[in-house]
Design a protein around this ligand. Structure first.
Ligand SMILES: Cc1ncc(COP(=O)(O)O)c(C=O)c1O
Length: 381
């Protein structure tokens, strides 16, 4: 980690060697599988061997993201789920117990609840607003606490410092999905969290043109992830994907600032609209954990959820009439998106995903914010 570099400088320069690229203003893509060399004859360890293990283009992205997160090292994966599943699998075995937040990303919950259960790993889900809930769920065989703060549907926060302290005292590993905040607005390792995971598909990539993931943490764990989960299970990043990720990182600080500015304006508009019941956005003073957010986050990005007063009918009306928000449930790119996250779910499914039937999630993109507000205003009659 280089503590003297600003986040903008890390995004722009760290890990790159402009002069060895013959003056090219973007780093080269090492689009090759193998690094052929006669290291056996020289008796040396080769720097690069095979792209499933490591690759110079992928390493540039890894160096930048590790420094942004103030972690020792990072490992890139072919998707956020590739990164998350690898990080979790690194610490569990048959008989292990995991504690996870109940409102985490759905496929992560499925992975813990259903997939890993087949291999004898048990998970307890807790709301996690209060660290006591996490403490009470700890068992003798708890090896891992999995967080997502803010969570990406209902924007629940966990007290990172308190959870890390509790976990360290009991020898339990902590992992957090930091995709919502990005390393620009939250650095969980500073609070004592062991590993950070990202869906780099979202803000890190930032252009809705790659699916990618990354894990950040201590060197020994990162080497283990590279040599075991990534090398054996094979969810390695492709060099071209890494190159697009580096391209995305260059504008990350700028983009998240603008997402924040636009989202703050949209959240304030929605909160003051008579047809809106409530808005869940960690940057609003009305957010139930606003003070905790202020303590551990340096800013907010573009996602929020809200509910309308008119129930299901008004959700359908909004979806039919909206023009400048595309219908879709990913986020983190340029474009504004809208998703009816509870529509069509039965009571059990609603409870499991911690949403209500009328809940709408929007991603506020980088378009002109007045156009976005006018679009919402026109539909909320
Ligand atoms: C919060 C969160 N974490 C992880 C993921 C999984 O990432 P990926 O789609 O890159 O596998 C997503 C995807 O939507 C997400 O929203």
């Amino acid at each position: 980690m280089n503590t003297r570099m600003s986040k903008e400088d890390i995004c722009a320069y760290l890990g790159e060697d402009f002069y060895s690229y013959k003056g090219a203003v973007t780093p080269p893509i090492f689009q090759n599988t193998l690094f052929a060399q006669s290291h056996e004859l020289k008796g040396e360890e080769p720097e690069f061997v095979y792209t499933r293990i490591n690759n110079p283009t992928i390493e540039i992205a890894e160096k930048k993201i590790a420094a942004l997160e103030e972690g020792q090292e990072a490992r890139c994966f072919s998707s956020g789920m590739g990164a998350i599943s690898a990080a979790i699998m690194h610490f569990v075995k048959a008989g292990s117990h995991v504690i996870a937040i109940d409102s985490i990303y759905g496929p992560t919950r499925d992975f813990l609840e259903n997939y890993l259960a087949r291999f004898g790993v048990e998970t307890t889900f807790v709301p996690g607003h209060n660290t006591d809930e996490i403490e009470s769920a700890i068992k003798k065989n708890t090896v891992l606490i999995y967080l997502e703060s803010p969570s990406s549907l209902v924007f629940s926060l966990q007290d990172l410092e308190a959870v890390a302290k509790l976990a360290r005292a009991k020898g339990i590993v902590t992992i957090i999905d930091n995709s919502y905040s990005t390393p620009i607005y939250q650095n969980p390792i500073k609070f004592g969290i062991d590993l950070v995971v990202h869906s780099a598909t979202k803000y890190l990539g930032g252009h809705s043109d790659i699916v990618a993931g990354v894990v950040i943490g201590k060197k020994d764990v990162m080497d283990g992830l590279r040599n075991e989960e990534r090398a054996m299970l094979g969810s390695c990043m492709d060099p071209h994907q890494a190159w697009l990720l580096i391209r995305g990182l260059r504008t990350l600080p700028l983009r998240v600032r603008q997402h924040q500015e636009n989202a703050m304006a949209v959240a304030a508009f929605l909160e003051n609209h008579p047809r809106v019941k409530y808005v869940l956005y960690p940057g609003l003073k009305s957010h139930p954990q606003y003070d905790l957010g202020k303590k551990q986050m340096e800013g907010y990005t573009g996602l929020m959820s809200f509910e309308l007063t008119g129930g299901k009918e008004s959700v359908v009306g909004l979806l039919r009439n909206i023009r400048h928000f595309r219908h879709g449930c990913s986020w983190g790119g340029y474009e504004s998106l809208i998703a009816p996250v509870g529509l069509g779910k039965n009571q059990e499914e609603l409870k499991r995903s911690c949403v209500t039937e009328g809940m709408i999630r929007i991603h506020v993109g980088l378009e002109n914010v007045n156009t976005l507000i006018e679009d919402l205003d026109r539909c909320l009659v």
